[in-house]
Design a protein around this ligand. Sequence first.
Ligand code: SAH
Length: 357
Amino acid sequence: MKQDIKSMTLPELSAAMRAAGEPAFRARQIFVWLHRGAASFEEMSDLPKDLRNRLADSYTITVPTIARKQRSRRDGTVKYLWRLADGNCVETVLMRYHHGSTVCISSEVGCAMGCRFCASTLGGLVRRLTASEMLDQVLFTALDDGAAVSNIVLMGIGEPLDNLENVLRFLELVNSPEGMNIGMRHISLSTCGLADKIDVLAQKKLQLTLSVSLHAPDDASRGAIMPVNRKFPVDTLLDACRRYFEITGRRVSFEYTMIDGVSDREEQAQLLASKLRGMAAHVNLIPLNAVRERDLRPSSRQAVQRFQQILERRGVTATVRRSLGGDIDASCGQLRRNYLEDSNVMAKEEPLWTHGD
Ligand code: SAH
């Protein structure tokens, strides 16, 4: 089987070229072509013809195609549904801010985590993405849109820490000075709370921002909406976050979805504040984006404000996240889901969960 060349790091490519008896600078030439979006070895005009042929015999180059693309009329957010080489689709969102563009990428096709409010997990996990498939989302979104990408968030479909090896490889690729050269401080990785993997990531001492989807401060409420809480309860997770800060020196960011009657009670704000006290943390309050298949509603504006005030008064910094792209299914798995439904693929699938389970 041919090897996926775009998932190779520059040192790996250099070793492969050395082994093939090629001069050292060839690896860098190839790497630069790949990270500019070259779709074939044929295009690599500064490589000798016979090398191009030999590369094509041993390696493949991945290139996704656009299955769907939607642009928000309200705020210019663009959502891509990319079709991968095997026909699977993943979502990527391009958001424009004053300081530059942020690309939100998927790390898996589907998701195994089962969060009750999330559309990405409705059909379960199909497969994990390769490093090049993550890179391609950044690369081809930038090429298609013409946007200068300054930030990346791993907050699309999938659980990045469930695909840690490929995610680490992707980070090395996208951070590479010969490639897209996106600084680690401009990258955020969001996890539903795989505490053991947070410890593994901490040891890599990367300067990225770890974002933890907390969504509730007590095990009863969190367990009811996030099955992962059974394996890693709130306090276990927060301990891992404290260790992450001690080892990396990076403040952890907490995502907190405001769900009516589930996560927005005043005593939950009090409990959250006391659990985060003394911790280098920041809380993002995000009103739930209601998903058609899920019987959960967003909190009222007043409930969100009250929650934020309680946190702030108790010394925990909290911001209410502005929601972009609301008119284009721009949240977690909705576009892929709608696409699969339209193509009738999902027609016979049973829902994993119904309210009241
Ligand atoms: N698996 C990772 C990253 C993907 S989800 C994680 O769980 O963090 C990105 C963020 O969107 C997470 O905080 C997730 O909990 C949140 N999210 C999922 N569905 C949502 C919805 N319907 N409304 C608001 N936020 C949602």
